[in-house]
Design a protein. Sequence first.
Length: 145
Amino acid sequence: MAVSSATSLPAATANASTPSASATAAAANGLSGLGEGDFLKLLVTQLQNQDPLNPVDETTFTQQLTQFSTLDAVTKMNTSLTDMLLLQGQTQGSSLIGKTITYTVGNPPQAQHGSVSSVSLQNGSVQLMVNGNAVGLSEVQSVGG
């Protein structure tokens, strides 16, 4: 079986692949749960429905594979960076345990003081426990001894 004939896609299929590019972009934006298995199913469908009398150059197929590989790598890197930022926030929060902080609460914002007693993770954000209240790291204005 010649690889070039299996990887050639007709113009009609290339146009039909536009939704896959949109779906890939949607997956990058977190709008869809498309994964590697979905991509492979779509690719097999494209190959099964190709018109052997009207092939497209092989670069279209290669571009689709490259786009999917790039999307997969970016998604993994984004997950790693998110985890790293969360760990950094936990480290910053734990370094504040026992220290007095000034933080803002309410609307309009009012400054309050208190000693940080513990650090927790709630809904993906680091929360400092101060006087029985959860305070986000972004609300901290100053740190004292």
